[in-house]
Design a protein around this ligand. Structure first.
Ligand code: MN
Length: 483
């Protein structure tokens, strides 16, 4: 059996016979349409849609999404028309493929480009109409990133940068931790080659010793929990993603790995929420927690729906160790995000303890909004403030870079988000080419140009009233103190 057949069998595995039939025919249709085309790697083109479909299968998505993924490049790159796809596969799959084609590649340009914002918006709209389209787009990007080594050298960096600026934040908003982490780690060496290399060197030192310690700590904790009659479904060490480690060290302004308290982490999966809190209690009874490091994302989930308990303790032998505790449903959501929603509801039986209504409030809002607005795209664009990035807005620098901010953020937050110096010298702002006050609330899609003075700008205590990001707040406080 050749590799393509093997992958196809993997893709079909576990689907109902009628679904297998439609997935197989989508595969055959796509293979025929792409016949003779090659990837830069030298592989037949069909490997790309096939791998894209496999990524979606791993997220447990249903058959029509998987079939649409197989067909996603057919109408763009071959003589096949949308009509052909509709005749062959029906409305739903044709709709997904067409939406994929319409959500044209979002490209970061070196200079300000109005199409760029428009493309980004199209992506949001596509997300609103059917999030499965965005999931296919993410899987497509992930496979392209996995094969980035074959891309032209000069393209690699901008492609990877775009991945970091658009696609990994998107995966994060949708709660798909697995894809977010992989996208970032694949892009990291291309966007920041030197930083990547120096961090890799650092992390390799004492890597074995850390692994050994985590193993030992897991045994100790497992024993402790079992002795107290609390069930553990799974316990594993979690390796911190390299890019997220890099970001954290930047945030803490340190080069010293020992300042990272979650470098070593253990993850415990346990049946119920009560078990989670019980285990947390047991751990705190036996290991001294680091003050200020207990995070209860179960009662207060992250904006993207992530739930878990996190604590950092002086573990066995007094070594600092992070422990994450969650139920299987929370774990599934942490890895697969909104995709978990489809996986469960399509199967027709949401799992015990899995409450989509709360986590997916924004998904529901979007659907309601879409129903209300019908099919008028202009009205939809106008109401994008209710979009899926409920708690976040995206603004742009004059060069077209995306700055991701919380709702209510002002030009001062924007300036500090770009660079501390820019914040410190900010005396005013132009928003969409109009002069505005520095405390104006920004909206998604705004192009923000910060006006600066040569000397650090005068600031006042009032600034603390309107800034929204912790970075801006910290900096303003620091400057008010006079340093
Ligand atoms: Mn593609």
């Amino acid at each position: 059996m050749n590799k393509i057949e093997k992958q196809l069998n993997k893709l079909l595995e576990g689907f109902k016979p009628e679904d297998q039939k439609s997935i197989r025919s989508a595969f055959e249709f796509s293979q025929k349409a792409h016949e003779g085309q090659m990837r830069k790697s030298g592989d037949p083109y069909i490997t790309h849609p096939l791998e894209t479909a496999l990524i979606l299968k791993k997220l447990h998505l249903e058959a029509s999404t998987v079939a649409a993924a197989l067909l996603h490049d057919v109408s763009e790159d071959t003589s096949t028309t949308m009509e052909d796809i509709k005749n062959e596969f029906g409305e739903e799959i044709a709709y997904l493929v067409e939406a994929m084609t319409k959500v044209s590649e979002v490209r970061l340009k070196g200079s300000f480009d109005p199409n760029y914002i428009e493309n980004l918006r199209k992506m949001f709209i596509a997300a609103a109409q059917d999030l499965r389209v965005v999931l296919i787009r993410l899987a497509d990007r992930l496979h392209n990133m996995r094969t980035i080594e074959y891309m032209d050298k000069e393209k690699q960096k901008s492609y990877a940068k775009e991945t970091l600026e658009i696609f990994s934040p998107l995966a994060n908003r949708l709660g798909i931790g697995e894809i977010k982490g992989e996208l970032q780690d694949l892009a990291f060496p291309h966007v920041y080659p030197e930083e990547y290399e120096s961090l890799t060197k650092k992390i390799n030192i004492a890597h074995k010793a850390r692994q050994k310690y985590v193993k030992k700590a897991m045994k100790t904790i497992e024993k402790l929990v079992k002795k107290n009659d609390v069930e553990i479904i799974d316990i594993h060490g979690r390796a911190k993603h390299l890019y997220s480690l890099y970001k954290k060290m930047q945030k803490l302004q340190t080069e010293n790995l020992s300042r990272i308290t979650d470098l070593m982490a253990i993850r415990i999966i346990t049946p119920t929420t009560t078990d989670c809190y019980n285990i947390l209690g047991l751990i705190h009874e036996n290991f001294k927690p680091l003050p200020g490091n207990i995070k209860d994302y179960i009662s207060v989930p992250k904006p993207n729906g992530y739930q878990s308990l996190h604590t950092t303790v002086f573990g066995p032998e007094g070594t600092v160790l992070e422990v994450q505790i969650r139920t299987p449903e929370m774990h599934e959501y942490a890895e697969h995000g909104v995709a978990a929603h489809w996986a469960y509801t399509e199967a027709g039986k949401p799992k015990k303890g899995f409450i989509p209504s709360k986590k997916f409030k924004w998904v529901q809002q979007l659907r309601d909004l879409q129903k209300e607005l019908g099919s008028d795209p202009q009205e939809f664009i106008n109401s994008l403030r209710l979009d899926l990035f409920q708690h976040r807005i995206f603004c742009f620098t004059p060069k077209g870079d995306v700055i991701d901010l919380p709702v209510g953020a002002t030009p001062v937050d924007f300036a500090y988000a770009v660079h501390t110096d820019l914040g410190n010298h900010c005396i005013g702002a132009k928003v969409n080419n109009k002069m505005t006050k520095i405390n104006t609330e920004l909206n998604s899609g705004d192009v923000v140009e910060i006006r600066t003075s040569k000397k650090p700008a005068k600031i006042s205590r009032d600034w603390l009233q309107f800034v929204k990001t912790s970075k801006a707040r910290e900096r303003v406080k620091k400057r008010l103190k006079g340093d």
